[in-house]
Design a protein around this ligand. Structure first.
Ligand SMILES: NC(=O)c1ccc[n+]([C@@H]2O[C@H](COP(=O)([O-])OP(=O)(O)OC[C@H]3O[C@@H](n4cnc5c(N)ncnc54)[C@H](O)[C@@H]3O)[C@@H](O)[C@H]2O)c1
Length: 357
């Protein structure tokens, strides 16, 4: 087995470090490569020397850099993990792809605009670079069980898949991705949505909605439903409604009312173990390394990530157009940002002054 050399861009502060404010998600990436046979992490890069140096020391990496471009040129890695904030993803992914790396594993959300998200995928496709995004929830056993139950027909024919969380862009990128996952990655045909942006709300530097709603339909006739922000609840993380019952994910518990059940029951399964979102990152890395070695599409492929991202920006675009949006989505910007810039939505609107959440 040939050895694959990986490098990490954006170290962050370990969440185990006192005073760490962000997630330092790169700590999960390096552990993922180090747990994968045939991989070696040779270096990391961060603009904050303290972070880069302590990260290299903590994981026994031979070198660290303050400029990621210098690292790519010097290390000539096979795989790069991009663990910076979303506004840097496109620039870094495209630079690494053009510099000749073989695979890039980038953090979610893909990018602040749909154009950047699409260009990352297109550039990597053209250059034959394997591109993946860290929607690692696909590897958590409980969520896999939800899909398994649906595919086994426990609730009959699936009619609608629902999800709720704090926002469409940052957390929502995981949940749109999971709705797609539960529907076996069948493409969506359209989305109709609305967003409200009455108070300033940012995540990883990107302005997002305070509240949102989206309804969408897939090519197999299944519907999706998503609510975000203030008051967003479906009394579960995810729910699958079928002709004969309901499956609900209340992590780490899965509940079902299927054929023959009179009430909701908790599902137990032999592999039931709450491995957590962080450990699932190792599964994603193992899978993308396997994909690189075999040519198989990885579970976390850019194709699937773009399908979820299309739902985010499609819902925003529907709000802008005041109409249903058909896919494929052909916009380049972030409609929420454009509408904020023009004053169409946002805290500056007079009717939003002093309104309650
Ligand atoms: N998959 C998940 O479940 C999950 C969880 C948390 C965060 N994330 C995502 O991971 C990304 C990073 O989040 P985080 O909380 O780890 O951030 P962080 O702030 O902890 O780490 C980012 C690091 O990037 C460095 N950086 C900034 N500019 C750089 C540059 N030009 N070159 C090299 N390094 C640079 C910063 O100095 C910082 O150390 C975000 O997109 C976030 O949404 C994903």
């Amino acid at each position: 087995m040939t050895e694959l050399r990986a490098v990490i861009i954006g170290c962050g502060k370990s969440t185990r470090t006192a005073g760490a404010k962000e997630h330092g998600i790169s700590h999960c990436h390096v552990q993922g490569y180090q747990a994968t046979e045939g991989c070696r992490v040779t270096a990391c890069a961060d603009i904050v020397e303290d972070y880069a140096a302590s990260y290299a020391a903590l994981y026994g990496l031979p070198r660290y850099y303050l400029d990621y471009r210098e690292m790519i040129a010097a290390e000539k890695p096979d795989i790069v993990s991009v663990c910076t904030w979303p506004h840097l993803h496109a620039e870094m992914v495209i630079h690494c792809a053009k510099a000749g790396v073989r695979a890039i594993h980038c953090e979610k959300p893909m990018a602040p605009t749909f154009g950047e998200a699409r260009r990352m995928k297109e550039t990597c496709d053209e250059l034959g670079v394997q591109l993946t995004f860290n929607h690692q929830r696909r590897f958590e056993p409980q969520y896999r069980m939800v899909r398994e139950l649906a595919n086994r027909g426990v609730v009959g024919k699936v009619l609608r898949i629902e999800a709720a969380c704090g926002d469409m862009f940052d957390w929502g990128t995981h949940w749109f991705d999971m709705v797609n996952f539960y529907n076996n990655d069948v493409p969506a045909e359209w989305v109709i949505g609305q967003i409200d942006c009455r108070t300033e709300n940012k995540v990883f530097g990107v302005p997002i909605e305070n509240q949102g709603i989206a309804s969408f339909r897939y090519a197999n006739g299944v519907y999706g439903f998503f609510v975000s922000g203030y008051g967003a609840t479906i009394w579960a993380e995810h729910r699958i409604l079928g002709t004969d019952g309901i499956i609900e994910a209340h992590m780490p518990v899965v509940k079902v009312r299927g054929k023959g059940d009179t009430e909701m029951r908790t599902v137990t399964f032999p592999e039931q173990k709450n491995i957590g979102a962080w450990s699932a990152i190792t599964f994603g890395i193992w899978d993308l390394v396997h994909g690189l070695r075999t040519g198989r599409e990885p579970e976390l492929s850019a194709r699937k990530a773009l399908a979820g991202t299309q739902l985010i920006f499609g819902a925003y675009e529907s709000s802008r157009r005041r109409a249903r949006v058909e896919f494929p989505l052909e916009i380049d910007d972030n409609p929420l940002h454009s509408m904020m810039a023009s004053g169409e939505i946002g805290p500056k609107r007079s009717e939003h002054a002093n309104v309650k959440k």
